[in-house]
Design a protein around this ligand. Structure first.
Ligand code: CP
Ligand code: NVA
Length: 315
């Protein structure tokens, strides 16, 4: 079956079929191999990309900006200090105007609804570069990293430990349920994923064979092929700092916890940025099991693949 994503937005991986996700991962691998040869391509020549940021970013901004620019495209960085995003001018009108000037929009911010409105009214592809709810381009990079380490992923066990209700955890649960990866969230009850999203993922998982588990018990890490954590306090939740540290201190990823997987070959993942020695110790992040730096590099290759697939006829 041939897959075409031309003209599509990527707002959440819930909108993508398993075949479409596999296609993006295959294309990411191809793009990464191309990058290693040093050959220069100009596939985005004549195209423009609006990069809208309500929240800070290192990896996502740099990935979009370099991936697009190095192939001849023109990325334009616009923070909320630069343009109206639902302030004086309505969001719908901003979207209409951007749609007349750009080939695509990347949005990073608070509400998922903002990404949806941008997509609806601009009529050009919109990429979710992180909202409070989802971080789909991160999940693609994470799964490319998993594929590089394990090959076929069906039946592998990915264990996410920490704030089980944040954007990264949500997107990992979605992609795991689509691709048949057993996904375990280890978190205190107060930080469990949204029930409706969990039920939706369980429904999706029926076709892929994935098992979704949520548990407060750290022993559930046993058998994990990959252990994943993220910051305890996501952007925009700074007022929750004390409560989060209290709830999540027992859930730090350290060497003792890594050993509980019972698998020497298990790997450690983190979307970064990391608060060192809070959610993960230096020993694990800098240790031999860590793939966090490959994962960061893979943001660029996967984001380039998403833009190629949605903007170019035969990428
Ligand atoms: N992982 C990630 O999204 O990093 P940035 O916040 O630096 O973009
Ligand atoms: N959950 C984190 C991810 C950062 C890439 C946040 O939203 O801040």
């Amino acid at each position: 079956m041939s897959v075409s994503l031309l003209g599509r937005s990527l707002l959440t991986l819930l909108d993508y079929s398993p075949e479409e996700i596999q296609y993006l991962l295959d294309l990411s691998k191809k793009v990464k191999n191309e990058a290693k040869t040093g050959r220069v391509f100009s596939r985005f020549t004549g195209k423009t990309l609006a990069l809208l940021f309500e929240k800070r970013s290192t990896r996502t901004r740099c990935a979009f900006e370099t991936a697009f620019g190095e192939e001849g495209g023109h990325p334009v960085f616009l923070s909320t200090a630069d343009i109206q995003l639902g302030g004086k001018e309505s969001l719908e009108d901003t979207a209409r105007v951007l749609g007349r000037m750009f080939s695509a929009i990347q949005f990073r911010g608070f509400k998922q609804e903002t990404a949806e409105i941008l997509s609806k009214y601009s009529n050009i592809p919109v990429y979710n570069g992180l909202t409070d709810l989802y971080h789909p381009t991160q999940a693609l990079a994470d799964f490319l990293t998993l594929r590089e380490n394990f090959g076929e992923l069906k039946g592998k066990k990915l264990c996410y430990i920490g704030d089980g209700r944040n954007n990264v955890a949500n997107s990992l649960m979605i992609i795991s349920s689509k691709l048949g990866v057993h996904f375990t969230i280890i978190a205190p009850a107060q930080l469990n994923p949204d029930d409706a999203l969990k039920r939706r993922c369980e429904e999706i998982a029926k076709s892929s064979g994935a098992v979704i588990t949520v548990s407060p018990d750290k022993n559930s890490i046993e058998g994990a092929d990959a252990v994943y954590t993220d910051v305890w306090i996501s952007m925009g939740e700074e007022d929750k700092k004390e409560e989060r540290i209290r709830l999540l201190s027992p859930y730090q990823v350290n060497q003792t916890l890594m050993e509980k997987t019972g698998k020497k070959e298990s790997i450690f993942l983190h979307c970064l940025p990391a608060v060192r020695n809070q959610e993960v110790t230096d020993e694990v992040l800098d240790g031999p099991q860590s793939r966090a730096w490959d994962e960061a590099e893979n943001r660029k290759h996967t984001i380039k693949a998403v833009m190629l697939a949605t903007l170019i006829k035969e990428p």
